[in-house]
Design a protein around this ligand. Structure first.
Ligand code: MN3
Length: 211
């Protein structure tokens, strides 16, 4: 039985049409994300770290002695974690803008929702090749925008920030529908962002004590 479990989708593959097409969702979830999950579980078992919390494990990859297993856990553990976040922060009822503490923080740190969206989109478009653009939060409620290559994220990069929303800009996330037009996918992605889920992620960090 696997220690690390793939997030269970509460919506159908076709539910995010027309913004994200059904075949992309099915392939992304049941092939790519499933493979990251299986490969993480296999590598963690071999490395003897299968009982560890995924966030703690990704923050301490140096603790894995074998370089091949360390690399496998970085890539597949990142892929597992990043896609659990991705699929849990999009919804057929998504779109619009956040409310409450998260909305206030976006205004405080970036000058408002429109400015935040512009900066995050620029990071998503500027990421050369495969990777992610992130909105992350730290204990106490501070926010950070960043981008990472491959399946890296701010936790793997040693940041004190934890991602609360990620735009997957690997071609597997958009190529079937958008082909080379990453900008069109990024624009459409805002129509499916579940801001209630992102705000819930934010509140967990906002209310945790500063280190
Ligand atoms: Mn992906």
């Amino acid at each position: 039985i696997y220690m690390y479990k793939q997030y269970q989708l509460p919506y159908a593959y076709e539910a995010l049409e027309p913004h994200i097409d059904a075949l992309t969702m099915e392939t992304h979830y049941s092939k790519h994300h499933a493979a990251y999950t299986k490969n993480l579980n296999d590598a963690a078992e071999k490395a003897g770290v299968a009982g560890r919390d995924i966030t703690e494990l990704l923050a301490n990859l140096d603790s894995i002695a074998d370089s091949g297993l360390r690399k496998a856990i970085r890539n597949n553990g990142g892929g597992y974690y990043n896609h659990n976040l991705y699929f849990s922060t999009i919804s057929p009822d998504g779109g619009g803008e956040p409310e409450g503490a998260l909305a206030q923080a976006l205004t405080r740190e970036f000058g408002g929702f429109a400015a935040f969206k512009e900066q995050l989109s620029a990071l998503a478009l500027g990421q050369f090749g495969s990777g992610w653009a992130w909105l992350s939060a730290a204990a106490g409620g501070k926010l950070l925008l960043s981008a990472s290559p491959n399946q890296d994220n701010p936790i793997i990069e040693g940041s004190s920030f934890v991602p609360i929303l990620g735009i997957d800009v690997w071609e597997h996330a958009y190529y079937l529908k958008y082909k080379n037009l990453r900008a069109d996918y990024v624009q459409a992605f805002y129509n499916v962002i579940d801001w209630k889920a992102v705000a819930a992620n934010y509140c967990l960090l906002y209310t945790s004590p500063s280190p």
